[in-house]
Design a protein around this ligand. Sequence first.
Ligand code: F6R
Length: 597
Amino acid sequence: MCGIVGAIADGDAIPFLMKGLSRLEYRGYDSAGVALLSEGTIERRRAKGDLSALRELLRRNPPRGAIGIGHTRWATHGAPSEKNAHPHIVGETAIVHNGIIENGGALKNALREKGAIFTSQTDSEVIAHLFHAFLADGLAAEDAFAKTLESLEGAFAIAALTCSAPNSLFAAARRSPLVIGRGGAGVYVASDALALAAEAESLIHLEDGERARLTREGFSILNAEGRAVKRVPKKMALQSEEASKGGRRFFMEKEIYETPEAAARALAVPIGEEDGFSAARMRDARQIFFLGCGSAFYAGLAASCWMEKLAGVSARAEIASEFRHRGAALSKRDLAVFVSQSGETADTLSALRHCEREGVPTLALVNVVESTMARLADWTLSIGAGPEIGVASTKTLICQMILLARLALSVAKPAEAKEAREDLSSLPRKLQEALALSEALRAMAKDYLAPSDYVLYLGRGAGYAVALEGALKCKEIAYIPSDGAPAGEMKHGPIALIQEKTPVVVVAPYDRLFPKMLSNMEEIAARGGYLCLLTDAEGAAASKDLTRASVALPAAGEIGAPILHALAAQMLAYHCAVALKHNPDRPRNLAKSVTVE
Ligand code: F6R
């Protein structure tokens, strides 16, 4: 989603702004721009499209200045265009903005009545108009910025410049991430710490409602009431190489190959009493809700199967964007577990706030430990996957599943737990073995899925969550229409889509449900569908007369098998995208962190 960078640099700010913006590219964007403040004027360059268009503008006509702001925009209000791209300038002010100004329409009308002329269709432009208007009323820059913030409703992060304070950069965050960094060559602000990976040595995250003024000497932070905030900066934990592809063609490929290592970290994450969360919370819960969006929801779906099967605790997975609106019957004896890579997904955050209002205890499983979700939840567990830049979640989904499985195991019945623990602990090795099957998955993708205009994915139990994951990935990065369905449901509708050569990816480890999957496979083969089977050696042998292609993953148990199959489903989609010449790191219209509802 949109990205913000800002700098007060020792020299020219442009190199940092462009490096920062390129590190934010992974979030998804459709236009970009920068504004520089120098010698009492603001100069701006904006371009529709990717950063190469902006780079070309800068090469032809470089603005100069040590103080600057930059932005990658992901359109919400108004189409992607140069006019709608940020920064927005009004008079002597320039701003960049992430999020949505909920009272943008009303503010626009009020400003228009006073003579303001808007040049974009964005809600963001009102911020520059307000800042300008308060300065025109004679307020000092800092007060004008504070008054601007007071007028805004919604969740947002803002960075702003004004010629009235030529040595300062202003920043504010309300329910949207913004981090201030300090390094040897400047003071910085960004919506994602990754943008500062090479420059900042220390970081401070702005809390909800805080604003900051940055100068060459450092920065000061005020809370919403205008009181000074003192917080100890944290050491920058990211290395700049973590934002590089490490010799792979795509971030998605690199991150898929990092899965075994990430899984080993997820297995070692302490789940304990130290932060006050105890297994008893789950054991005694009337109901556990697993909430998330997209792939994170699928991790919750698998977890609900494990929690009920292994621990006998009533559990259900919920799509976070639906939860708040559907009027779920909640109790203080429930436990709500929020699953999110970014910890910033607006729908998941809204569901969390809803649970808080209803008095339901909340646990967050996040990859970004400094995220809003981590700060809001009663307890937080880090999934330990490491930075993920590819838009589609890969190693993070696997780590979410592992950590959720560990939660289920911490309350499992002893008889069930022993075998499942061994199953889990062998995962890093088996995930490594699964990666070695890349060539077979590539062939399956190239021969059957990529040439097709539709793919059906089928699975049962936690394997149904894998089928959903496979179908989502196939849609989002390979643009092949796909559905994931519970295998038993096929005959209630989806079977109508199966014709000669329709590829059907069946997620079927050789387990107690395999005979049922075999019946489904017969039904597909009888209609000429091409069966592409993800299974293990026994499953492959038992179905060899039916399948067109099968990939035999390492044999595993109730928990390990769906996790291995999820990795295979991700690799399959990756190979489809590459075969069809799509960039899997930049799926169209999508953003890494979806910070609007
Ligand atoms: C799919 C994908 C998305 C995310 C979803 C939630 O490949 O990546 O469906 O899983 O947007 O994002 P987080 O986990 O950041 O809350």
